[in-house]
Design a protein around this ligand. Sequence first.
Ligand SMILES: NC(=O)C1=CN([C@@H]2O[C@H](COP(=O)(O)OP(=O)(O)OC[C@H]3O[C@@H](n4cnc5c(N)ncnc54)[C@H](OP(=O)(O)O)[C@@H]3O)[C@@H](O)[C@H]2O)C=CC1
Ligand SMILES: CC(C)(CO)C(=O)C(=O)O
Length: 310
Amino acid sequence: MRIATMATGGIGGYLAVKLGLAGHDVACVARGAHLQAIRAAGLRLDTARGPEMFTPAIATDAPGDIGPVDVVIFGVKGNGLETAAAACRPLIGPDTVVVPFLNGVEAADRLQAILPAQNVANGVAYVFTTITAPGVIGQTGKPGMQGRFVFGERDNAPSPRLAALREAIRLAGPEAPDVTDIDADVWTKFVLFSAMSGVTAGARCRIGDIRAHPELMALFENVMRETEAVARARNVVLSPEVVDKHLAFIATAPADARASTSVDLEKGAPLETPWLNGAVARLGAEVGVPTPANAAISALLAPYVAGRAG
Ligand SMILES: NC(=O)C1=CN([C@@H]2O[C@H](COP(=O)(O)OP(=O)(O)OC[C@H]3O[C@@H](n4cnc5c(N)ncnc54)[C@H](OP(=O)(O)O)[C@@H]3O)[C@@H](O)[C@H]2O)C=CC1
Ligand SMILES: CC(C)(CO)C(=O)C(=O)O
């Protein structure tokens, strides 16, 4: 399978190494010092079991060097989506599928405003990876822990091209479950992530702090319930127990866990909040669902969205 990663950070870099080592033809789009390091020494994935090395045949900041591929693994931060999508055009042939793994629920719509609808799928990722040094992706988690990648066509139609990607990912090691309703899957993570992102960044804290402070736990649950209400008002079919399942997960999650938004805030990197708590407030307003907790978090983080340590 011919695959391009647009781009090759936490998500793209992880899947590039896994799929490249499984024998697929993976080309990597990257830029700056990260690109130079990949060209010089390949891409390294650091896991709790040790490093995995993959050297792509093509690593470039010009997707035209790659040309049309079967699959584009689309993983950039929310603020880079439009530029990266436009840059993707040379990767797209008639049957190419672009699979976004951004947090939030708007990536596929935003992609479809730039790329042909027939080329855009939808997806959601469960993994904890980041660029730890130029050319290096670090994965946090227990030894042997694999990422989980959930994706489907936007209309949930059976899809040979996504079945092939699913099989490729499974054989490479990560999980890629069958999907019947991709919107439900994307929103299910969003219910949890709106709270995890908003509260760990907004309160500059970890999951252990949230568990230790009933008022933070109440805020966490409120944020989830608002996001759930917005999803239901938009006709997304969520499990009736979605919030309870997420609360059960939070009850046993590692005390030092936090969302990438909190890490970005600490580093002074741009925040994805406009597409997270900001999106809950915006999408809620469209359907008349009040979202005061999400709106307040979005306002509190607004000074940091463009990138300012806090
Ligand atoms: N990593 C994770 O564990 C998870 C991430 N997600 C979500 O996935 C999305 C991607 O996250 P992640 O992979 O961690 O992000 P990263 O910041 O690690 O990777 C994105 C990479 O894309 C590069 N980039 C952006 N635009 C371009 C461009 N036009 N041309 C070339 N390179 C470009 C960035 O370069 P530069 O640094 O120069 O901007 C960066 O290296 C986010 O929405 C995130 O919330 C979801 C689940 C888990
Ligand atoms: C919570 C986590 C690690 C789950 O994959 C995530 O999506 C993020 O922090 O960006």
